[in-house]
Structure formats: C-alpha cells, structure tokens
Design a binder for this molecule. Structure first.
Ligand code: SDX
Length: 427
C-alpha cells in the first residue's frame, strides 16, 4: 500500500509522505507543501492537524481508550501512585524501587518554597483567582531558582523541583487567601497526603488524614496527568518552542487550562449544577439553552474534541463520587442533579447526533467537594494533576530533533495595499 498521498490542484499534482503511528493512525506530512505548491492548509482549532509525533499518551476517541506510555489509565488508577505515574510520563517507564526512592527523596528535598515568595502572594487582592496566582508564581520561580537547564541533571532537578513545589504553592495560595497560617510540607507524608495536610491542617484544628480522601486524590491526579496535545499542552509546547525556561512554559499551560472550555470546566460544572438546583432543578431548561445556537451557553462537562463516546476518565470519576459519598454516608444534591442532567442529555437527539457525552470535568467537582476542596481551587487541582504531562511533553519537544519554533501561517483577508491619508484629509 502506497505510503504517499497526492494532492491535485490547478492542474498540478503534488505528493506527500504518509506517516503511520504505532497504533495504525495515519498522517499526511505536508511540511513541504508551501515550498512545493505555494499553498498552505487551513484547519481552525487544529481538528485535523497533528503538531508532533509523541510516545507519551495514546487516546482513541471513538473507543474511549487512554494509555500513558502504553499502560491503560484504568490500571494506573487501580494500582499506581501519582508519583509513579509522574515518573512514568516523564521518563518513559515505571521506576524500579531504587529510582522511586531517589525520586521521593528529591521531591521531599524540593518541597519548600523560598520564604520571600510569601510577599508576592500577600500582594494579590484577596479575591484573586488561585489559577491567576499559580500561573504568576510558577513564572516567578525562575527568579528564585535561576539554575540553567543545560545538562540532563539540571533539567531533572528543575522538573522535580516544580513537581514538588506546585503542591506547596497551591496550598499557599489557599491559606494566604483566607488569611490563615501557612502549613509546611512534611517529609513523612506521601505526595497526596502532604498536599491535603498543607491545605487543611491548622494550629487550632489538626487535620486528620483520611485515607479514603488521599486515595480519591491519587486517582483524580492520575486521571488528569496527561492527555496528548490538548489546549494547555499545546500552549506549553508552543511557548517552550521559543527555548524559554520550563517555568515560563508551564505558566502558559496553567493560563490556558484556566478557560471554562478547558480545565476551568470543572468549576463551571459545579456553578451550573448549583444554578440548576437554585432554579428548582429544571435540567431540561439547561439542555434547551445548550442546544440554542443563538445562546453562547454550553453544557459544561459535556462534549470533547477527541472523545466521541464516554470519556474513560469520567466513568472512573463518576464511580468514585458514588463510592466516596456512600462510604461517608452523605448525599450531595449536585450529584443527583448531575445524574439527572446526564440521563436527560443522553436522551436528546442533539447530544446523540453530536456524540456529546460527559467528559472528565462533569463529575470531578463532586469528588473535589467530597475531599473539601473549595470550588475556586478545582482547576488548580487539575493543574497539579496535569503538571507531569506538561513536563513530559515539554521534555519530549526539546529532545525532538524535528522540533522547531512554532510559527503557523495565515490567510490574509484584510484590505489590499492602501496609501496613508494625512490627518486633515480624513473624513
Ligand atoms: C477538557 O482536549 C482535551 O484533551 C481537553 C481535556 C484534557 O484532559 O486536557 O480533556 C480537558 O478540556 C475537557 C473539556 C471541558 N470543557 C467543557 O466541558 C466545556 C463544554 N464543552 C464544549 O465547550 C466542547 O465540547 C469542547 C470545547 C470540549 C469541544 O469543542 P468542539 O471540539 O468544538 O466540540 P465538537 O466539534 O465535538 O462539537 C460538535 C457540535 C458543535 O456544534 P456546531 O458548532 O458544529 O453547530 O456540538 C456542539 C458544538 O458547538 N457542542 C456543544 C457542546 N459541546 C459541543 N453544544 C452544547 N454543549 C456542549 N457542551
């Protein structure tokens, strides 16, 4: 079978090589198209455009498959720690015992944040959104840790430092926003328990670490750890392609994730469900709004550029929400509303014809509420989970011999050549 594609236009025929991935996916390599034909392609939102080849994450949107370095995410959620998953994504394989111990020691060694950074935090208005604070403070890390990222060892320290500090920085944003005393990381606690302790421990009420909540957070972060070339990962790769430092590239990823069409959807889902409950539980009204082409409102937590079936992460999180609430013998009206909304939407032709299913964000807010995370910190939780993915994608891009600065073309549709009009000659 030919591994070439031909394009015929204006009486000319051009040939382009076809790339085949390890899972049989095909891509036409058009990198020589403009040089050969003077023509470029156009693909708003890059729905049919690949930006790179990658060995990190495989998704099959039609079958609802998600694997990190070939391992199904369901198995990692069942058996792995978040630390192991981060190591797997960044280094390409699971760590052996010695490597895992060294990684744990490095994470502990880098968990503290420079005391002077607290002054930056305290300068933000109390109502600042923690995603804006986190994006700014991650960028500021370069000022406190200016080590170059030239050798593998320096890059490894920088990646591990950021993986460790992001928990401390997120918890700092929360504590300072409430005017509470900071809680420092503890070397005796694992990655997830340490974060919960930094968030909720206090001198007046010591935090009792609940293993159920630690496990829920472990699974939540594993499920969010990477997702191939999504909006925020593309931001990290694009910003990183200018050869800027890792902190600046990750800061751009955090900013991109903040949007309600992307990682900000988990907060938007809870706000939407709360509004439905306040409005008397009229889920059909929300569905009609989501279908209205003249209404910019979208059903948050539904739909996906890649998944045209149930998001495998959403299925795991939905089960986890049920288990958590049942075990704690509590009910959450928002979970009941979410289930009612899902049933109604999945019965509606618009959602069926457009293959719109719950995505990772639809039930994740219910789990985060059960853990005690405040709503405005939901997307920060997504960012902490996604950090190993962003780092692994950044590392893969700087190591890729094909990688170069990202600079797309455009089709210009503005005014053709026009002369300057002196001020006194303008209408
Ligand atoms: C994440 O890319 C990733 O991998 C992202 C992510 C990750 O892990 O990084 O999975 C995390 O961002 C999940 C998505 C969270 N966002 C939301 O829940 C916001 C609500 N969802 C939509 O805004 C939308 O579904 C997107 C943004 C997620 C996807 O947008 P697309 O690619 O434009 O959706 P599509 O092409 O499949 O849409 C088909 C049609 C379109 O109608 P037309 O414009 O063709 O007439 O369905 C419509 C869409 O407008 N549609 C919706 C809808 N989602 C799509 N209509 C109403 N409500 C929705 N939720």
């Amino acid at each position: 079978m030919s591994d070439y594609a031909t394009l015929t236009y204006d009486g000319n025929t051009y040939e382009f090589p076809v790339i085949t991935g390890s899972e049989g996916e095909k891509a036409i390599d058009i990198s020589t198209m403009r040089a050969k034909s003077g023509i470029i392609t156009m693909d708003y939102g890059f729905s049919s455009t690949g930006s790179c080849s990658s060995t990190i994450t495989f998704m099959n949107g039609e079958k609802g498959i998600l694997r990190y370095r070939g391992i199904p995410v369901e198995q990692l959620a069942e058996h792995a720690t978040f630390k192991e998953t981060a190591y797997l994504l960044i280094n390409g394989r699971l760590p052996n015992r010695k490597e895992l111990t060294r990684f744990s020691v490095m994470l502990n060694d880098h968990s503290l944040v420079h005391e002077d950074m607290q002054e930056f935090y305290k300068s933000f208005p109390r109502i600042s959104h923690p995603m804006g604070i986190l994006s700014s403070m991650v960028n500021a890390l370069r000022s406190f840790y200016p080590e170059l990222e030239k050798t593998d060892e320096e890059i490894n320290i920088t990646m591990t430092r950021l993986l460790s500090k992001i928990r401390t920085m997120a918890a700092m944003a929360y504590k300072i926003s409430r005017g509470h005393k900071l809680v420092y990381p503890r070397p005796d606690l694992n990655y997830c328990a340490n974060f919960l302790n930094m968030m909720f421990d206090s001198p007046v009420r010591p935090y009792d670490i609940d293993e159920d909540l630690v496990q829920a957070l472990r699974v939540f972060w594993i499920l969010h750890a990477d997702h191939e070339q999504n909006c925020s990962t593309t931001a990290v790769r694009v910003v990183g392609s200018g050869r800027v430092n890792l902190y600046a590239a990750i800061s751009a990823g955090i900013a991109a994730l903040w949007g309600p069409l992307h990682g900000g959807a988990n907060q938007a889902v809870i706000e939407m469900l709360s509004e439905i409950v306040r409005d008397g539980g009229k889920v059909q009204k929300v569905i009609e709004r989501a279908k209205d082409r003249n209404d910019p409102f979208r059903l948050f937590g539904f739909g996906h550029r890649v998944y045209k079936t149930y998001d495998p992460r959403g299925q795991i999180i939905k089960k986890m929400a049920d288990r958590l609430l049942e075990k704690r013998q509590v009910s959450d009206p928002l979970l009941d509303t979410a289930k009612e909304l899902e049933i109604a939407a999945r019965k509606d032709d618009y959602f069926i014809e457009n293959n719109l299913y719950p995505n990772v964000d639809f039930y994740s807010g219910i789990v985060l509420r059960s853990i005690g995370i405040p709503t405005n910190m939901f997307t920060v939780m997504f960012a902490i989970g996604r950090l190993p993915g962003w780092i692994s994608q950044w590392k893969e891009s700087i190591d890729d011999s094909n990688w170069k600065i990202t600079r797309p073309r455009q089709i210009y549709t503005g005014p053709t050549c026009t002369d300057y009009t002196p001020l006194d000659k303008r209408p």
